[in-house]
Design a protein around this ligand. Structure first.
Ligand code: URA
Length: 421
């Protein structure tokens, strides 16, 4: 077999055979298929698609490129959540300890932010001492101690995806449903969770801008998980406006701790509780997550989880040196607060990175003082921008220029939870 034959087959709108897929993924991982050949194939897949059988084969081949974790030594079921990413999406932080407090183990491998969306590991790293890199044995220890672990995937997990994702990122081939679904699910299946809840975001701040494309991605991922023996469900949820009131690393940790203490913004609480219910149901555990938020058991699990990974749950979090308040321009109803605009502003303030190797500023970001639908008065604070370098304010304000509007009546927004797949 050779790479040109496989590229031509997909270029000419043919289906790839199981043998072709197994060969090309294995040869690419070993370095026998060149980056330029794989990028041509990824572009052919982006343009011509793959059917369900091809996507399943592609996913399985990526799983086989590395190790598959196994939590069968644990005495309770495992459950995990994956979000396709958004602005202010800190849900993993309260959710993982909440589900642990309810009786399931949560072994979560997470990522870092790239572009305008934040990454769970960057948020947790704003807690002094907290470590993202753990060995498999350390993961197991943290799970046994705290019931939940959130850490970086080691280099042995789906190495084919690591290589391919980096290539797609620089060749305009990220936005392909077969490639996104197989990328996400190869890592989640290899992670060894028994059940999985997918939070597929919809709207300007998400990968998927429309409900119909989000549904297609969700259905593809649910089928991949189910076929691999992982109990998988998906929720389609709103990302047309930011989630909660905090966008930025330490700011989002602070808001998550408020939720664990029984407070916090209503949308963050509602989504956290709903995802916990879905995870527990998929894992076959009967418990009331709302009660675990009220009675402090979720907070106890959070403190154990942070401490077990070297962090100090009582430490002061980093704060940005400079802040600037944006005021409401006129009185009325806040009709729009665009997720992408706020995410881009937070990124430009230093909360995100332009290249994988860049550092992030833990204190940078945006605090929102009003959400769409709120009655507002001219001159009241709309949001506060936080950064370490005042030179960053101008470009953040530019990102926000068309990002909000005040009018007479609220425009239609997506419901927080749009659908379940
Ligand atoms: N996240 C992933 O892990 N892979 C993709 O392709 C897109 C988002």
């Amino acid at each position: 077999m050779d790479a040109i034959e496989v590229i031509r087959a997909k270029r000419d709108r043919g289906g790839l055979t199981t043998a072709q897929i197994d060969w090309v993924i294995d040869a690419y991982t070993r370095g026998d298929v060149a980056d330029e050949q794989m990028s041509a194939l990824a572009m052919a897949i982006l343009l011509n698609g793959m059917d369900r059988r091809e996507i399943a084969d592609w996913t399985q081949a990526m799983i086989r490129s590395g190790e598959r974790m196994d939590w069968s030594v644990l005495d309770r079921p495992t459950a995990d959540k994956h979000s396709t990413g958004g602005v202010g999406d800190k849900i993993t932080l309260p959710l993982a300890p909440l589900v642990a407090a309810c009786g399931a183990y949560v072994p979560q491998l997470s990522g870092r932010g790239l572009g305008h969306t934040g990454g769970t590991l960057d948020k947790l790293e704003s807690i002094p001492g907290w470590r993202a890199s753990l060995s498999n044995d350390e993961m197991l220890d943290v799970l046994r101690t705290a019931g939940a672990v959130v850490c970086a995937a080691g280099s042995g997990l789906a190495p084919a995806d690591k290589k391919l994702y980096a290539l797609r990122d620089v060749t305009g081939t990220v936005e392909s449903i077969p490639l996104i679904a197989s990328s996400i699910m190869s890592k989640k299946i290899a992670e060894g969770t028994g059940s999985l809840v997918l939070d597929v975001k919809v709207g300007s701040g998400a990968f998927m801008k429309t409900t119909s494309t989000a549904r297609e991605l969700a259905e593809t991922m649910v089928a991949l998980g189910t076929d691999a023996g992982v109990r998988t469900v998906a929720l389609l949820t709103a990302m047309d406006r930011p989630l909660g009131r905090a966008v930025g690393n330490a700011l989002e940790v602070e808001e998550s701790v408020e939720v664990l203490a029984g407070g916090g913004p209503s949308d963050v609480v509602e989504l956290t509780v709903r995802l916990a219910q879905e995870m527990l149901e998929a894992a076959g555990v009967s418990a009331d997550p709302a009660k675990a938020l009220r009675d402090g058991s979720a907070m106890d699990a959070w403190r154990r989880m942070i401490t077990a990974q070297g962090g100090d749950p009582d430490a002061l979090l980093p704060r940005a040196a400079e802040s600037l308040t944006v005021e409401v321009p006129s009185s009325g109803v806040l009709t729009r607060l665009d997720a992408y605009a706020v995410g881009l502003a937070a990124w430009r303030l230093g909360a995100g990175r332009a290249r994988k190797e860049d550092p992030v500023s833990f204190g940078a970001g945006v605090t929102l003082h009003a959400k769409p639908g709120d009655l507002v008065r001219a001159g009241q604070p709309l949001m506060t921008l936080h950064t370490d370098e005042t030179s960053r304010f101008d470009r953040a304000l530019e990102a926000l220029e068309d990002g909000y509007a005040v009018g007479e009546a609220s425009e239609d927004h997506l419901p927080l939870i749009i659908d379940r797949v």
